[in-house]
Design a protein around this ligand. Structure first.
Ligand SMILES: [Cu+2]
Length: 180
């Protein structure tokens, strides 16, 4: 009886040692995999807002949202798409100068947020373009935007709607409709 008890203790000790070893391994893994952490975890979004819009035009209204996106990590992160419940589509737009007039178009490859830097989206520059807005977005309303990164991770941005009349970007010729 006494002997059996000792054997069992030895086995338990071996098991405990194996458990400690695997926990140590896990710890080593998570330290090594810092570079594989989700891109969404690297960013901090601030001063996000969306232009209030009536949303009653045929086919839905259009509007844009802006934000400052900071990247606290040592690698660039890339925003590849965005979506929202308030519009059929959210595109990633940039404004380009084409022969004296500024037009906006989808940004090739999405928005890059540089390592230990930031991307400031402003009217007249990069923006989230809402197309097919079916209901009015009024000043003071919160609009949730899901932002997706190149690695598939996502972050949710709640943008406050406000009235804004300045810097109306134009559509490039391949876009239908007018930007409001
Ligand atoms: Cu746009």
């Amino acid at each position: 009886m006494a002997r059996r008890h000792i054997l069992r203790s030895a086995r338990l000790t071996a098991l405990a040692a194996a458990t400690v070893a695997s926990i140590a391994l896990l710890g080593a893994c998570s330290t090594d995999s810092t570079d594989n952490s989700p891109e969404a975890d690297a960013v901090t979004v601030s001063v996000q807002w969306v232009k209030a819009v009536e949303g009653d035009s045929p086919g839905g209204g259009m509007t844009a949202a802006f934000a400052k996106i900071a990247n606290g990590s040592d690698r660039d992160v890339r925003i590849v798409s965005a979506s929202s419940g308030v519009s059929e589509q959210v595109q990633l737009h940039e404004v380009v100068d084409s022969g004296g007039t500024t037009t906006m178009k989808e940004k090739d490859g999405g928005f890059v947020v540089p390592s230990n830097g930031s991307l400031t989206m402003t009217p007249g520059g990069e923006h989230f373009m809402f197309m097919g807005v079916q209901r009015p977005i009024r000043a003071g309303q919160q609009v949730a935007i899901t932002v997706r990164f190149a690695d598939g991770s996502t972050t949710r941005v709640d943008a406050l709607a406000r009235d804004f009349d300045g810097n109306q970007e134009n559509y490039s010729p391949d876009h239908s409709g007018e930007h409001r």
